[in-house]
Design a protein around this ligand. Sequence first.
Ligand code: GLN
Length: 388
Amino acid sequence: MTRPLLNTRLAGLGNSIFGEMSARALATKSINLGQGFPDVDGPPEIARAAADAVLAGHGNQYPPAIGIPELRAAVAGHQRRFYDLECDPDTEVLITAGATEAIAAALLALLEPGDEVIAFEPYYDSYVANIAMAGATRVPLTLRAPDFRPDLAELESLITSKTRLLLLNSPHNPTGMVLTRAETEQIARIVIDRDLLVITDEAYEHLTFGRQHIPFATIPGMRGRLVSVGSAGKTFSFTGWKVGWATGTPELVGAVRTTKQFLTFVSSGPFQYAIAQALDLPDSYFATLAADLKDRRDMFARGLREIGFEVYEPDGTYFITTDIAPLGEKDGIEFCLSLPDRAGVVAIPSVVFYEDNPDLGRTMVRFAFCKRAEVLREALDRLSVLAG
Ligand code: GLN
């Protein structure tokens, strides 16, 4: 057999960097600042609600294909409370196996082979894989240090007759860039003028520091062009529950539903009940989440700077991108592979996100700071062996 086993569209993708680095952290007993997940679970009453749902027999059998009514109503309530957006819980909300599945299902639903998709580079890893699975071509709108803002004139120049959609992520993983209102409006204008679709990955919508998240759905004219994706894992610190959602017009959500139901069919039955409750938590929950994270960002960024990293302070997400060149380091992959032995810390080499322009990410490294303050302090202490 000369034919490769793996579908050639996926050639070279290999294993998820996040899973690989978490395995390395476990094997080397390192502090894991690689894969982005908090080291403290979300609210205990929400964990209790999930346990109660299992014991009460809620969601232990297949939930409805589009998600349980309680959760769809709660998602609609969340969109109303935070963004003044109306969506019909019966036709405009779809519950998915995390934001990742919502994005995959939306891309598979909306793309034909040969279509072009414009996305911010550095790319979250699943985007590259999902665009390839759909047989489409990714076109990078590359974000550059130090502030990683998109060049919107460049965006216009990238649009061709083959461009079908923009896959946008703000707050942006890995850079922490958060689109401004002006940028959001300008992108929306381009999308409308050029008759495109948009998928927005808003997984980190509640994790912003001093810059408000502006959903594309709030911009007039976007309705009918937009699938918005949200994540309970990031907002409520239950990443293992894999509860996410897509919202949009009935036609768009219907298209995403068609692919979603042949990927996982349904998922996370009892957890859906718990997340319905979580979405009703008071405003103070959401404010405290962001404020606590901001304190940790400030502390961790300061510590990294003192050690000698160049730090690109994020306005959102729980990731910090750094440059290791000032430490005399030349290669982020070598650095991250040796870091467990040198310092007992795991981080992600950002070059893996720069699929099309790897030179830009060569000396960049991403750290997750969604860990307890004492863990971050210990990590800084360990990393101080790198100081010149
Ligand atoms: N979103 C998380 C990150 O960027 C990881 C999710 C995953 O492992 N697939 O680290």
